[in-house]
Design a protein around this ligand. Structure first.
Ligand code: MN
Length: 250
């Protein structure tokens, strides 16, 4: 099995190294990751400048672009053969609920999914890599389950892992995305030259995090696995929009 590994925290992230090492016993691993931390990059592609491909001493390939750039370039010219699976992460922090819209970790996996390749995004629920080895074990277990009993492809799985020792992780469960409150307000500061500068505020707390959600499962010590789709069409509003357009034309 050929496995492409990427992330959004950059090619130097301990989460990327842990994930790549966890995948090695399972197949032929190639790592293509961003040079810089690109958290929050979502699905952006770099179209206003050319991109440079470099090789790190450990064999990782890094690109001065976004997570989506990395996977896109890997799939459209860099790799000799298409991978059978794309894994992204392990992200330094959770990607639950509305985070999935902004996440570069999810985007790297989603880029593969858009090409029809099975993909999984892995994130640690809490910042810090104290238990990254446990998270890497979980990532390997999820991939092994797919190898032993393949999920129908293509699929995009968003996996969030509690930051706990392996023996304290209670299990792996299927979830839906919860929802967050709007994010915290922007933070205004002053730079050394007296100009105003702004930091984007922190993500909002969970607003809908009841049973069945990723928030709920990971808070209780479980790994959450949420299957994602890309089509944003709001099917329930389709009829209403048609009727509104007809009525408003008169
Ligand atoms: Mn990140």
């Amino acid at each position: 099995m050929r496995i492409l590994v990427s992330n959004d925290d950059g090619y130097l992230s301990p989460g990327l190294t842990a994930l790549a090492e966890a995948m090695r016993p399972l197949g032929e691993v190639t790592v293509v990751a961003p040079e810089q931390n690109s958290s929050g990059a979502s699905n952006s592609l770099t179209l206003n400048r050319p991109l440079t491909i470099s090789r790190a001493e450990n064999g990782f390939t890094f690109i001065n672009g976004t997570p989506s750039d990395c996977v896109h370039i890997a799939l459209t010219g860099l790799l000799d053969q298409m991978p059978d699976l794309i894994v992204s992460g392990i992200n330094n922090g959770q990607n639950m609920g509305d985070d999935t819209i902004y996440s570069g970790t999810v985007a790297a996996a989603m880029e593969g999914y858009l090409f029809g390749i099975p993909a999984m995004a892995f994130s640690l629920r809490d910042h810090g890599f104290e238990h990254v080895d446990a998270a890497a074990d979980i990532a390997r277990e999820v991939v092994q389950r797919h190898i032993a009993r393949p999920m129908p492809a293509p699929f995009l799985l968003n996996v969030n892992i509690p930051n706990l020792p392996r023996e304290q992780i209670k299990g792996i469960v299927g979830t839906r995305l919860g929802k967050r409150h709007p994010s915290e307000p922007v933070i205004r500061m002053t730079n050394p030259r007296g100009d105003p500068i702004y930091w984007i505020g922190a993500a909002g707390a969970a607003r809908e995090g009841g049973p069945g959600t990723d928030f709920h499962a990971t808070a209780a010590g479980y790994v959450s696995v949420t299957p994602l789709q890309v089509d944003l069409t709001h099917l329930e509003q389709l009829d209403a929009v048609g009727q509104w357009l007809e009525a408003s034309a008169k």
